[in-house]
Design a protein around this ligand. Structure first.
Ligand code: PBG
Length: 310
């Protein structure tokens, strides 16, 4: 009766990895119990999500290596894995679930960086923004509900917003990965989308310094002023202070991403017997609510939603 916060399936966004082919499930060794699925099986997962009252899924493609190029052109191919999945989900499930799509070039580039690079490997902001706009419009045309730029280039929210308006996608939302840190917690994700072996160096020229908190508020405020409908803080658990500050100071829906490395840590603790899965998952997800998150992206979404049915 006096509990201040409550977790429900409506708080969960389920990230799903797409792979090529038909009836294909590929395990990801660094992410136990998480798989890549071909488009037909993604649709099955989405139907399960709907049955569990999960309101939204987030899609990430593992682009075949022969389609990865220096400038990531596959990102704006209307028939890429991402668009195939969006259309298949829309055909099978109508408007019963929200489809959130990641905008960034890393699943499509031969070097694994989120943007277009110069001869020294430095990611170029403005050239990248124009590629991201094409990618965002491509996803909106396929039927995405929420465009989620995760690249951390400056000025991309305003430019994508203008382009969406110009193409008459007035109802497509933008969820900005506004405060995204250059983090050691993304390793298993890079395995999942196949960019780990390709990436040289790091993403510190565009992702945030873990030492900073005021900078996160400035980044989020900038994206709100450019037209973001909601914002994301990422990673999750190590950055709950940032979730709380954004919630308190900026009055906008803030999502938290419990990222792949966090998931892997929890599963590793469960595997050694150091923690009970149900208890540790539910406690960690509730912590996001306490910090003020509107929703949580988590690879435990399906597992948690099942536990929350009653
Ligand atoms: C890429 C992107 C990343 C994640 C989501 N989108 C990785 C990165 O920035 O290198 C990480 C998610 C996770 O670790 O679960 N733009």
């Amino acid at each position: 009766m006096v509990q201040e916060n409550k977790l429900t399936p409506h708080d969960l966004i389920w990230p799903l990895f797409i792979t090529s082919g038909n009836n294909v499930e590929e395990a990801i060794s660094s992410l136990p119990h998480v798989s890549r699925w071909s488009v037909d099986l993604i649709v099955e997962r989405v139907k399960e999500a709907i049955d569990l009252n999960i309101p939204c899924i987030a899609l990430f493609p593992n682009t075949p290596s022969d389609k990865r190029t220096v400038n990531g052109e596959e990102s704006s191919n209307a028939d890429n894995l991402m668009c195939q999945a969006i259309r298949a989900i829309r055909d099978a499930c109508g408007d019963d679930i929200g489809i959130l799509t990641d905008v960034a070039l890393d699943p499509y580039t031969s070097h694994g960086q989120d943007g277009i690079i110069d001869d020294n490997g430095y990611v170029l902001n403005d050239e990248t923004v124009s590629a991201l706009v094409d990618q965002a419009i491509n996803q909106a045309q396929a039927g995405a509900d929420i465009i989620a730029p995760s690249d951390m280039m400056d000025g991309r929210i305003g430019t994508i917003r203008k382009a969406l308006e110009m193409h008459e996608f007035h109802n497509v939302q933008i969820m900005s990965y506004a405060a995204k840190y250059a983090s050691a917690f993304y390793g298993p994700f890079r395995d999942a989308v196949g960019s780990n072996g390709l990436l040289k160096g790091d993403k510190k020229t565009y992702q945030m310094d873990p030492a900073n908190s005021d900078e996160a508020i400035r980044e989020v405020a900038m994206d709100i002023s450019e037209g973001a409908d909601s914002v994301m803080v990422k990673p999750g658990m190590p950055y709950l202070d940032i979730v709380k500050r954004v919630h308190n100071e900026l009055n906008i829906p803030v999502y938290a991403y419990q990222v792949s490395g966090e998931y892997a840590m929890i599963e590793a603790a469960v595997a050694t017997g150091a923690a009970d899965r149900e208890a540790i998952v539910m406690e960690s997800l509730l912590a996001f609510k306490r910090a003020g998150a509107s929703a949580i992206l988590t690879y435990h979404a399906q597992y948690a939603a099942k536990l929350l049915q009653h």
